[in-house]
Design a protein around this ligand. Structure first.
Ligand code: HEC
Length: 94
């Protein structure tokens, strides 16, 4: 019985760390207003993708696509927010 306990805490800590890694805690310039805006506006429906996942032209495509996804859900993305987010993504893209 004692033996199981020894595995329990390291297991919990491991899961906790994995969870953090999955939550894009490692966005570039994570403390910048742009990164925060990106997280704020783009996590309503899914987790944020790391900017490095796509090329700048792909980000233009995705942000345009997401604007229509948002519209379909009765949400909106202010043009100035869109500009900040897109600039942030392209600056840190592949
Ligand atoms: C209204 C819900 C919603 C919001 C808000 C939203 N998305 Fe999405 N996103 C989706 C859906 C649904 C998909 C799946 C692809 C599709 O059907 O469009 C998706 C897919 C994506 C993908 C493709 C992921 C992949 O693994 O290929 C990217 C990149 C993305 N979104 C970026 C963004 C960005 C950037 C924002 C903020 C501007 C955002 N999303 C906000 C609904 C949303």
């Amino acid at each position: 019985m004692m033996k199981n306990k020894n595995y329990f805490f390291p297991g919990i800590i491991f899961l906790f760390l994995m969870g953090c890694a999955g939550m894009a805690a490692n966005l570039p310039d994570a403390d910048s207003p742009e990164a925060k805006l990106y997280e704020e506006k783009c996590t309503t429906c899914h987790r944020v993708a790391h900017p490095k996942r796509f090329y700048p032209s792909q980000w233009e495509h995705y942000v345009r696509l997401m604007k229509s996804n948002m519209k379909n859900k009765g949400m909106s993305l202010a043009p100035e927010d869109e500009k900040v987010i897109l600039n942030y993504l392209k600056k840190n893209a592949r």
